[in-house]
Design a protein around this ligand. Structure first.
Ligand SMILES: Cc1ncc(COP(=O)(O)O)c(C=O)c1O
Length: 377
């Protein structure tokens, strides 16, 4: 079947050999991204040092990501992983006894729990906002976020069940209670449009290896400018300084805005990849990708259910993403068996996640679900 994205398929070599439905874990790599990785590598081989070009690429990538989420470049720090981005904030906050609660949902990727729990020794009171039937109704935020909440931490799209949240409505609720809102957008960025201004988000993190079409080694931390200026990172280094080229060991002056959250030399090769990936995504348009993936997600759920699979996304919700998880016994074994059949999906605990991107077709989904059904029969 031809889709409005068919012309892009030839950019992704892996699609010739595999049905790639694992964008919630590692998206397919497009030729321009692969070329950028080679370019970085080749420059080291041919010119020996490429520091200046690499620093220029870092700044160009910062600008592109800012454009991607409607922020300003000063509001973006480039870090190594989403966990680093969360830790950078968590280790910076002051946990005063009347304002020390961190409210996070139980649909978070576990790294969030690990990081916030580590702050308990420094005065944080970690409290869960419990999901109900896989969903987080707005009333839960009304109830669980209190005047003591310093920061509310939520995923835009859940890594496990794909539940997608209305960030603007949640930001209104938590701000009304005097809490900051920190969003983990790793499962949404690249498939769901994000506008940090319009959604009124204080902080956001994401990495590039899932729907953002990049590779591991680079993640972004957005912090609203006014807020970043008030924060004094404890996890820091020369890249977080106003002028690292001064090489002044006696003084520490933080860089302006979110950049102060940077530490040491970033992973340049991944940044080369991220720059091209952002260019490609901006070119295709996340709005278009989103509406296409909503359609593919609906198809996946309906076709899976019609073939006897049990979907883990709460069916009563209209807040679907492009990712559809099915409950499967021994999910990780089934993932491996599908890989032998050249079908790439991603398992987590009790589910197999089917996560298409704009380069996939309904035929691929139909084929993969039929094979999955055969395997679990
Ligand atoms: C929603 C979400 N947040 C955070 C992470 C962890 O990211 P990182 O390994 O870059 O710290 C993942 C990884 O799969 C994720 O899905």
């Amino acid at each position: 079947m031809n889709t409005c994205f068919s012309s892009y398929r030839s950019l992704f070599p892996v699609l010739g050999d595999y049905v790639h439905l694992a964008s919630c874990s590692q998206g397919a790599i497009a030729q321009p991204i692969s070329k950028a990785i080679e370019e970085y590598h080749a420059s080291l081989l041919s010119v020996g040092t490429n520091w200046e070009e690499s620093i220029l690429k870092v700044e160009a990538t910062r600008k592109k990501f800012a454009e991607f989420i409607n922020a300003e470049p000063d509001e973006i720090a480039i870090v190594a992983s989403a966990s680093d981005a969360i830790s950078a904030v968590a280790t910076t906050l002051s946990y005063h006894h009347t304002k020390n609660r961190i409210s996070l949902t139980d649909l978070e990727f576990p790294t969030a729990g690990h990081i916030w729990f580590a702050q308990k020794h420094h005065g944080a009171d970690v409290s869960f906002i419990r999901s109900q039937n896989g969903m987080l109704p707005l009333e839960q935020y009304e109830k669980e976020v209190t005047e003591c909440t310093l920061l509310t931490f939520i995923s835009h799209v859940s890594y496990h069940n794909g539940f997608t949240q209305n960030l603007k409505k949640i930001s209104n609720i938590v701000h009304h209670k005097g809490s900051l809102l920190f969003v983990d957008a790793y499962q949404s960025s690249g498939q769901v449009p994000i506008d940090v201004r319009e959604m009124n988000i204080d902080m956001l993190c994401t990495g590039t290896r899932k729907y953002m079409l990049g590779i591991p080694g680079v993640a972004f931390l957005y912090i609203k400018k006014e807020l970043a200026e008030q924060l004094q990172p404890r996890h820091t280094g020369w890249f977080g300084q106003e002028d690292k080229a001064k090489f002044d060991i006696y003084n520490s002056i933080y860089a302006y805005g979110a950049k102060r959250f940077e530490t040491g030399t970033p992973c340049f090769i991944s940044i080369y990849a991220a720059y091209e990936a952002l260019k490609l995504l901006l070119n295709v348009g996340v709005e278009h990708i989103h509406s296409y993936l909503q359609d593919l997600g609906k198809f996946t759920r309906e076709f899976g259910i019609a073939n006897g699979l049990k979907v883990a996304t709460p069916t009563a919700s209209s807040m679907y993403s492009g990712m559809t998880p099915f409950f499967i016994d021994e999910a990780s074994k089934v993932e491996k068996k599908l890989k032998e059949k050249r079908i790439l999906v991603s398992s987590r605990k009790d589910v197999i996640r089917i996560a298409p991107h704009f380069y996939n077709t309904k035929e691929e989904l139909e084929y993969a679900i039929n094979e999955l059904v055969q395997l679990v029969k």
